[in-house]
Design a protein around this ligand. Structure first.
Ligand code: ZN
Length: 412
């Protein structure tokens, strides 16, 4: 994607800000680079990448490039793998984030007359509070439920008549199933869904839309870069628009780091343009997508990226074949009788990888025929044969956060 003159200037201003702070991690990283010498996109592309591990090394507050008194809050990305990453925010960062999130709601046709039931978690995590900031900026009514407590969620959905649900796709599906089971669909007033924080298949989207009678939108973001709300899909549902007045986006080859032309799939790399507390320079997200060339039919000029295909580190390797979760979802998407819900279990037996694919079926599907069809399509599209096991609808675990779909027992 072509970098604009304004973006280049903003990035240079940001590099100068970083360079003034002794001991900040980026200053160390950029040692030896002549910032004044950066005159073009090509010059910028010579800057080193930053990785989540770099950010983690700056724990606890080494990412900050502003004086202590300008920091108004911190957030932290999930610490499931060791030390968390702590991101400091100035008031401008918080305001910029709320502007971006409010823009997401507007893109989805949500107004100040809507009532937004927010089910993602609050706290160090950026999810719940991002939904809240955007709702308040828009002037809508935030219903800050937080995660879990499905009983109360449903009660509020009926009594408050929430018109928008903010949720992970797993939790939206769980709520849809519960609403169906209790026959509540005519008692609720939902019309839109803002679904974020995990990748979801088209089949799952169609099912959530159908069962909740909503139009749902895919929101993008990560804690390292404000949080959710840096992009969303539009009513065309053909890619997510990214707010390029706050971010510069690149797609690079995950192996070589080479910048790829628009349209080619690779890893999303983000550079912030005006972030004060913790700017990001060429941050590798490990999310896989592509820039969709051309203008969107909706008329918005913000550039688009495709639905996130997965994470470069979500790839499963079975007998030397690389498999991404979205490929499995594509197979299930074209098999009648298969639902969107699946789980992969990997074992090692007699020195061989064994992949078991558990798939939930639709109520009326025949187990034998379904197993055969999935095995056949899997073999023809992904070129390996898993052990397919059909289970009944609702048998696999649901989560209020992210559903764990791959269980690897091979190296235990
Ligand atoms: Zn659009």
């Amino acid at each position: 994607m072509k970098m604009t003159d304004l973006q280049l200037q903003q990035i240079k201003d940001q590099l100068h800000r970083i360079n003034r702070v002794d001991g900040c991690f980026y200053k160390e990283k950029l040692k030896g680079f002549d910032i004044e010498g950066i005159r073009s996109q090509e010059d910028f592309e010579k800057l080193p990448f930053s990785e989540k591990a770099d950010l983690r090394d700056a724990y606890p507050l080494g990412l900050s490039v502003v004086p202590e008194e300008e920091i108004v809050r911190i957030h932290s990305s999930s610490g499931t793998t060791g030390t968390p990453v702590i991101i400091p925010y100035t008031q401008k960062d918080v305001d910029d984030w709320s502007t971006q999130f409010a823009r997401c709601y507007e893109m989805a046709g949500i107004t100040n007359k809507d009532r937004i039931q927010i089910t993602p978690g609050y706290g160090l995590w950026t999810a719940g509070i991002g939904f809240q900031l955007g709702a308040e900026k828009l002037g809508a009514m935030a219903v800050p439920m937080g995660p879990g407590n499905t009983e109360k969620q449903l009660q509020f959905m009926v009594d408050i008549q929430s018109t928008v649900i903010g949720a992970t796709s797993s939790y939206a599906l769980l709520l849809a199933e519960e609403i169906d089971r209790r026959g509540l669909i005519d008692k609720i007033a939902l019309r839109k869904g803002i679904i974020g924080s995990e990748r979801w298949s088209d089949k799952m989207r169609r099912r959530i839309n159908h069962e909740l009678r909503i139009d749902s939108y895919d929101i993008y973001g990560l804690t390292e870069c404000y949080g959710p709300g840096i992009g969303i899909d539009c009513p065309e549902h053909n890619g997510m628009h990214i707010w390029d007045d706050f971010l510069y986006i690149e797609i690079v080859d995950p192996k070589t780091g080479e910048v790829l032309p628009d349209g080619e799939t690779g890893e999303i790399v983000l550079t912030t343009l005006v972030k004060e507390g913790a700017p990001l320079i060429r941050f590798r997200t490990h999310d896989l997508s592509r820039i969709i060339p051309g203008e969107c039919a909706c008329g918005s000029h913000y550039p688009r990226i495709d639905t996130i295909l997965g994470r470069s580190d979500d790839m499963i390797k079975v007998h030397g074949v690389n498999i991404f979760p979205n490929q499995i979802e594509e197979v299930l998407g074209i098999v009648d009788g298969a639902s969107s819900e699946y789980q992969v279990v990997l074992d090692r037996m007699n020195n061989k990888d064994v992949m078991t694919l558990l798939v939930e079926k639709e109520d009326d599907a025949d187990d034998g025929a379904l197993r055969e069809e999935i095995t056949r399509k899997f073999k023809s599209r992904i070129n390996m044969t898993p052990v397919v096991s059909i289970v009944s609808k609702g048998a696999l675990p649901r989560s209020t956060k992210k559903t764990k779909r791959v269980i690897d027992h091979r190296y235990e």
